[in-house]
Design a protein around this ligand. Structure first.
Ligand SMILES: [Zn+2]
Length: 202
């Protein structure tokens, strides 16, 4: 069965966080799972992201990495995005070490592509643009530096995904109410009503 890159997988709300969320359960290493451990999922993610992130990017095409070194660059920027914004949530702001790593890797990414990449920060435009998935994720992350955006980044207590809370009073508690919110509700129900046979806490 192929993996489904559905709307739930794009609960991050912006490309940078969606990319970081291709690893599930980041804060529980024994349960952690990397969707890109199957490299065939990378181009499928890139295609789905162009569709789900139209509100952020407009008419865009994300080029998936072709060579092994490009795949490595994508994974490196993914991990840098995760460290930078996870630390920002936990510690209340951008921290120098993860920020420096993020900028250093991003600096390389914007030099790739023989100057042909359209490197304007993401905005919803009908003018078609193309750039590498890794450079796009970097630019999407840069746009989150603005304090009013940074303070909207949260961590889902169920799956540990990073997500951008666009609700008016910043009241969103889960990456996706219909998935993680409901799982937590079910768990509370079982806790209240005693353990039932076969109800393992997944
Ligand atoms: Zn979640």
């Amino acid at each position: 069965m192929t993996f489904d890159w559905n709307a739930h997988r794009f609960s991050g709300g912006v490309l940078a966080l969606d990319l970081a969320n291709t690893v599930v359960f980041r804060e529980a290493p024994e349960r952690s799972q990397d969707r890109f451990s199957n490299r065939a999922e990378v181009p499928r993610f890139a295609a789905a992201a162009a569709d789900f992130r139209k509100g952020e990017w407009g008419n865009v095409e994300f080029h998936s990495p072709m060579s092994q070194s490009e795949v490595t660059k994508l994974i490196n920027i993914r991990e840098a995005i995760n460290r930078l914004f996870r630390a920002a949530v936990h510690e209340g702001g951008l921290k120098s070490e993860p920020l420096s790593t993020f900028l250093r890797l991003g600096s390389d990414l914007v030099c790739d592509g023989k100057g042909e990449q359209m490197l304007t920060l993401p905005h919803a435009s009908n003018v078609g643009r193309q750039l590498s998935l890794a450079a796009a994720a970097f630019l999407s992350g840069v746009r989150l530096f603005e304090p009013s955006r940074l303070e909207r980044i949260k961590i889902c207590p169920n799956c540990h995904w990073l997500y951008y809370d666009e609700s008016r009073n910043r009241s969103r508690r889960w990456c996706d109410m219909s998935v993680c919110g409901n799982r937590a509700k079910a768990r509370r129900y079982y806790d209240r009503n005693g353990k039932q046979a076969g109800s393992n806490h997944v």
